[in-house]
Design a protein. Sequence first.
Lengths: 343, 252, 401
Amino acid sequence: MDGILLQILNGLDKGSAYAMIALGLTLIFGTLGVVNFAHGALFMIGAFCAVSLQRLLGLSFETLDPTKKDFLGNPLKVKTPYIESWFGPEMGASIIDWSVPLAILFSIPIMLFVGWAMERGLIKHFYKRPHADQILVTFGLAIVMQEIIKHYYGANPIPTSAPSAFKGSLDFGVMLGFDPNVIIYPYWRLVYFAFSAAVITAVFSFLNFTTFGMVVRAGMADRETVGLLGINIDRRFTIMFGIAAAVAGLAGVMYAPINSPNYHMGMDFLVLSFVVVVVGGMGSLRGAVAAGFLLGVLESFASMNWIKDVIPGIDQIIIYLVAILILLTRPRGLMGRKGVMED
Amino acid sequence: MGILEVKGVGKRFGGLQALGDVNLSVQEQTVHAIIGPNGAGKSTLLNCFVGKLIPDEGSVLFNGQSLLGRTPHEITQMGVSRVFQTPEIFGDLSVMENMMIPCFAKRDGAFRMHAFESVDNESELIEKAEQMLIDVNMVDKRNMNAASMSRGDKRRLEMAMCLVQDPKLLLLDEPTAGMARADTNNTIDLLKEIKEKRDITMAIIEHDMHVVFSLADRITVLAQGTPLVEDTPQNIKDNPKVREAYLGETQQ
Amino acid sequence: MLGLDKRDTKFLLIVIFLTLATPILLQPFPESSTLAQFNAGYPDLMQRFAIFGIFAIGFNILFGLTGYLSFGHAAFLGIGSYSVVWMYKLLDYNVIWGLPLAVILSGLFALVIGYVSLRRSGIYFSILTLAFAQMSFNLAYSVLTPITNGETGLQVYTDDPQILMGATEPTSPHLFGIVMNQSAKINLGDWVFTFNNGYYFCAIIAIIAFYISLRIFRSPFGLMLRAIKSNQQRLNYTGLNARPYTLAAFVISGMYAGLAGGLMASMDPLAGAERMQWTASGEVVLMTILGGVGTMMGPVLGAGVIKYMENIFSKINEQVLHSWFGWLPDSLEGFVIFIAEHFVGSGWHMTSGVLFMLVVIFLPGGLVEGGQRIKAMFNNRGGDDADDPEHHPKHAPHVAE
């Protein structure tokens, strides 16, 4: 029982990331009819927004501290971040400490802009082209984006720390009456899960409760009719692309402390997120979210030792296996709509 | 016993009864038209003949063999060809290549791994395809890209592709839909010619009464998913029930 | 000749000539000139031309003819390599054992993967193949380590059985004693030409592979594959079953990929899992579309251009850039070099990404179509079109070379 609970919890953070990326992918599918292979790159860029902000805040100048000596007896050089000199040491330190959550604010405009630029600059010209062309051009774009990041940030993962307030782990088991140290769960992962739940809820409420969202949903169902009603659906779709980019970016920002960002993380997540979309059902937003969490948790179960003993390597392939099984038994995925991407 | 025997066919989509208790018998070497207002279930019925839909009840027999549960290519191999509402041809290929494919399908069946033969060496089939193109007056377009032709020519090509397989039954789904009057008349002439020259049976779904009355030997009127009446064109014209259900509607 | 018409025979002869003369043709600059860095007549680069040419020719049979975009062909590349290295380990270094095994095994895998993946089409098919390839890649890295030797990569060790190994047999890949990495060098004045056994081995296989694909293109089978790409609905209503045709195309292209992977291990007795990653599948897609999807010559051309550019771009460093742009005013030079830096050296991948986008955006027909457009431009100016319409239908450019 406790083992199962632990695996469910462990699966939630990856599942959250899958769900958020898959949600964006599906939004882009549904609204623009475009298969976006560069969506993983957006997730990666989000993560690097966190890295950049942490570096930016850490920018410092050097002063000589005459009171201290280094081992050669010279006055010690002390680095002081500008932030600390502007806001005072305590305030400054805590701003730096909180850089990852702060990066959320920093990344939203960046991601919206990147999304807007991508849609207007490139994707727009591919609405009417075959899906194969869309895949290819966005695949090329993904390579370019990841190479740019690699050029400036190097090939190694960059550790990015969560605020120290969230550094420990929660002994979840004790709260539920199990023995201590059976189910321990890092605070940050809890934060990540809550954050993703909030983002996903926000996207759904936006789509369900605002006029804008309703038009977009109507457009997803029947683009032509909505266009005939005199509504400028293209402009809204551009905005939706920006939102999808922002969701992927936010997923990336907050994921940075869980897994040190590297340039190819986007590609790694992209492949899995695509599988998630397919399992959930192309064009189904709920399906994408549900499948994201489902597969995240399944993956975590498959990595339990006794399961790995029975079926070696199952943790590496479980997601793909499930996807293949689902595609063959339910070709439209768990909650897919008829006629989406079936030509 | 007709070449196509439809007995008690019914099909539901969710709560909608698209077809109910359809009985139909298409006699050999006749042109049988199926007419009816929009939503009467004409296309649904046609799709039940070709394996695209499986009816919930009833049977469809072609030459005494059931068509239900067979895939489109199996049904085509049995001798049922289909002409679509919008001409379905191989747009990326040349007219001649379009013609060669049905020739191969007729000779070699649904699949054959002929990866080491050359298309150019199949002089017998090439001749057959060319003869067919001459018959439909398209031989001068043999090297044209199929997609770049006019709609009328595409229809002609599609028809030729079906006919070159010598089908026993040709199904036509609104063959003149969206055509200009001149093209429509050409198509009617072509179909008449086919009817006279070949021992072929045709089942035709059509909106255009002009087409129907100039071609059909028998007419079935479908209304709300079920046959209202089946008779000769003249009797159909005079039938008050039909006038009410269908012809009256078109005159509004 | 060989079941080809006159035009295709001529075409094949040209390809044979170009392939055999590659060591000379790709060495146009004398050693002492500064342009010598653009020479490409090195054994390992030429081997890669031939090997990736085979890979791309095979991929084109699937993607070019049927339009099914597979993102999983790298898996077959890996399977081919592992088969060959295993034969080295168990039998001996003669490549004659491993290569047929590579083709057969990858064909079997392709049969299974294709059977499952081809139940869906379009984007679903691409994702299914991608899933299979990633699965193979992950397994090769983890559980299958006893077979693949994981991250280290599979190689031959001295304590391997090698039961057929003779006392005087070479200790590197060979074909009945013809050692792959041996070359004959010929100096002609300032020019050096390297005639490498391995290259000629790959080249001869590549020519055979090309010939087979030429026959497939001209066959009724090839026509059916093109019909599948054009209109599957009509194909079904013509009485043809699309699935065995696409499956056959998938298996054939998988076998080509396996052969290419086997040849990689025949040149260098190593096999690593990274060969199976989906970025490698992406590379062959790039080659095919860069050259021209569905054309005979395009994929070979694309493979050559990509591998050549990879080689050249990877070699260029800042120093070289300075020597090129030194004549510019300092500030401008700095700027140009700053931009150029992104694309050279380890920035090659960036260049390939940009290339990918440019080709898809501006030249969906690839280099071959580009060439045809230019040719058509000149022809129009000259006002004559002497091409035999029978064998060179303007409207069906994908069978033209």
